[in-house]
Design a protein around this ligand. Structure first.
Ligand code: C2E
Ligand code: CA
Ligand code: CA
Length: 644
């Protein structure tokens, strides 16, 4: 059992430590006892047996003690220690044999007192040795056997009752001590075992804790660090760079077509796109580049190279965008998710994590709006824009919108009859403080500050009210914000407002942009179905500016497509014409009406006529005007292309 236990590495190391403390003491004890014996036999025994042996013994004990005192246990392997312990056992046997032999031999000299000294020397020394070798029981047992047995055998034939009594008594003490040593060693082994178990438990707890921290900071899908980690590193960067007075950059990367991919090819494909994006981003990570998934299809990068100029930061972000833009195999097909980036540089764009992140987010928003697929660095111009956007938001919140909002109407002409068949309602806001605010600006502001629901319904009510002043055959086209379609509450309110107006829903077309579908395709589609069920029609506005693939349009229940006005500029040349021709073909194939927006010149109108486009809208036909001006038009009985 003992040898088995010895196999335990931790145990042998501990044994060695204990022995290192005790063996030098053991040698000291041997020397002192030997000196005492020598001194009582000096006069009666030959000098070589007293002083001679003492000197040799002292030399051996000194050398061995020095070795023990100087040995470096930490530098030894358990195997080496095991070899040393075996050697210690052997040496113990040799020294013990020498000692007992020497003592017995000295027993021949001197009188009864000297003989009694020999007996007590052997008894005391053996007890001392056994104690000192407590942590190496094999050695303690060897000492006990080598001393105990010859000791008794040596004295019994002497017939000296005192010496026999000492010998038997010593033997008995040795036996008891052996028992004590074994018990003690067992406890020692158990202690080492329990310490080892405790240490293992502590290691495991430590490992679990570290794993927990890692998991809490990792995104499970992409295995990139997560938002929490990102903001922690951002805070650290701000603290360090603030002290150094240096600059660093924070960039947000957002996939342009992730929602469409997810909606079209399913979540598995979407997950693959995110995982691959994560893998590609990891290639950029390093000591000075922190990458993380912030959530959804948004990724964050912190560029900590202090020496980098704005141009270098921009170039790095372009490289990242380029990498993320590369096609991704999602199993059934290969997709390109596209990527835009917004960047803010510390400290000019912001000194706090929230401030800096907001600025990068704002720059991203601009990239999406104005330079899709590109990188936008936050600039002082953006700061001004933010300030004026805030002014618009504040004005929206405190103004009397009912009084300040107005709806203008722009006619839509049917080229097959040359008559106006519809009007598009366009919101107009004149604020006492800000003056005229363009609708795209205040609509976006209303979306940001949560006022869009209220504003849409207010404008719809006004538009429906004004529509009553126009002939019954004139339809109304009304713009919805992307937030409206994904808010079931707004959709229900729209239906209620139409019902209350008593205008047939069939007269009404709701225009929506692709952004609404990108926000939440399923919810948007459900809203579309509900509105169509009531008899209203749905038009996809600004077609061609977004990323609508033809298949994507097909999946929606649409009635109309409005070709964005940006295509009108090029309609005179071949390539521009062919794009419009393709969209017209598509709408015909899908049985959708097609309206060309932004028609400004007779040449554009002529080109559209030639291409077979039926509905047109633009300054050439008529600019947006208040309802009374439109009303007058019908009163003059010439509601044709003479409005502008
Ligand atoms: P939109 O729906 O694409 O509206 C057409 C925009 O083009 C209008 O700008 C209109 O005045 C302008 N436009 C019309 N004909 C021409 C033309 O021949 N050439 C040029 N260059 N432009 C022309 P507006 O009124 O400034 O509205 C801008 C955008 O604001 C609208 O774009 C629409 O997205 C949004 N908006 C306007 N009113 C509302 C509304 O009541 N609700 C919502 N949600 N959005 C609205
Ligand atoms: Ca529109
Ligand atoms: Ca439009």
């Amino acid at each position: 059992m003992i040898s088995l236990r010895l196999a335990n590495d931790r145990l042998v190391v501990r044994q060695m430590h204990e022995l290192k403390k005790q063996i030098p003491l053991l040698y000291a004890l041997l020397c002192v006892n030997a000196f005492a014996l020598t001194s009582t036999h000096y006069a009666v025994a030959p000098a070589w047996m007293t002083v001679g042996v003492l000197l040799v013994l002292a030399a051996v004990c000194t050398v061995r003690s020095i070795w023990w005192l100087r040995c470096d246990i930490e530098a030894m392997t358990p195997a080496e220690i095991r070899r040393l312990l075996a050697r210690t056992n052997a040496l113990t046997a040799v020294i013990t044999l020498g000692f007992i032999g020497w003592a017995m031999r000295l027993g021949f000299y001197g009188g009864a007192e000297q003989q009694a000294h020999v007996a007590s020397f052997v008894a005391i020394t053996v007890i001392g040795c056994i104690f000192c070798l407590m942590h190496l029981p094999t050695a303690a047992l060897l000492v006990s056997a080598i001393v105990g047995v010859p000791f008794v055998l040596y004295y019994i034939p002497s017939g000296n009752a005192v010496l026999i009594a000492i010998a038997l008594n010593t033997l008995f003490v040795i036996l008891v001590l052996v028992r004590v040593v074994l018990n003690n060693f067992k406890t020692f082994v158990e202690l080492i075992d329990s310490r080892a178990t405790l240490a293992a438990k502590q290691d495991e707890t430590q490992r679990l804790m570290e794993e927990n921290v890692r998991l809490a900071h990792t995104d499970s899908l992409t295995l990139l660090p997560n938002r929490r980690h990102f903001f922690q590193r951002l805070d650290e960067a701000i603290a360090v760079f603030d002290m150094q007075g240096a600059a660093f950059a924070l960039a947000i990367f957002d996939l342009d077509r992730f929602k469409a991919i997810n909606d079209t090819y399913g979540h598995v494909a979407g997950d693959r796109v995110l995982a691959e994006t994560g893998r590609r981003l990891t290639a950029f990570a390093g000591e000075c580049v922190v990458v993380a998934r912030l959530g959804g299809d948004e990724f964050g990068v912190i560029l900590l190279q202090t020496h980098e100029t704005r141009e270098a930061v921009e170039a790095t972000c372009h490289r990242i965008c380029e990498a993320l833009r590369q096609p991704i195999d999602v199993g059934e097909t290969v997709v390109s998710a596209g990527c835009s980036s917004g960047v803010a540089v510390f400290p000019e764009a912001g000194r706090t994590a929230a401030g800096l992140f907001d600025r990068a987010d704002y720059a991203l928003y601009h990239a999406k709006e104005k330079a899709r697929g590109g990188v936008t660095l936050f600039s002082p111009d953006h700061e001004d824009a933010i300030r004026s956007e805030r002014a618009v938001e504040t004005a929206l919140q405190i103004s009397d919108l009912e009084a300040e909002m107005e709806v203008h109407f722009q006619p839509i002409l049917d080229l097959s009859t040359d008559r106006i068949v519809m009007v598009e309602a366009l919101a107009r806001w004149t604020n006492p403080l800000l003056g005229r605010v363009p609708p795209d600006r205040f609509i976006a502001a209303a979306e940001r500050c949560g006022l869009i629901h209220k504003l849409t319904l207010l404008l719809l009510r006004k538009a429906l009210h004004d529509l009553k002043r126009l002939p019954d055959e004139i339809g109304l086209s009304f713009n919805l914000s992307s937030h409206d379609l994904t808010s079931p509450e707004t959709v229900v309110s729209i239906m209620a407002a139409v019902r209350r107006s008593e205008i047939p829903p069939t007269r009404i077309t709701l225009e929506l942009t692709e952004t609404a579908l990108l926000r939440d395709f399923d919810l948007a589609q459900r809203s579309i179905q509900a509105l169509r069920a009531l008899g209203m029609q749905i038009a996809l506005d600004d077609f061609g500016t977004g990323y609508s693939s033809l298949g994507y349009v097909h999946r929606l229940s649409l009635d109309k497509i409005k070709i964005d006005r940006s295509f009108m500029a090029d309609i005179a040349d071949t390539s521009g014409r062919s794009i419009v021709a393709t969209v017209l073909d598509l709408s015909q194939n899908l049985s959708l009406d097609c309206i060309a927006e932004g028609v400004e010149t007779p040449e554009q109108l002529a080109a559209l006529r030639r291409l077979g486009c039926r509905f047109v809208q633009g300054y050439l036909i008529g600019a947006p005007v208040p309802v009374d001006r439109l009303e007058r038009l019908w009163q003059t009985d010439a509601p044709t292309a003479a409005l502008a």
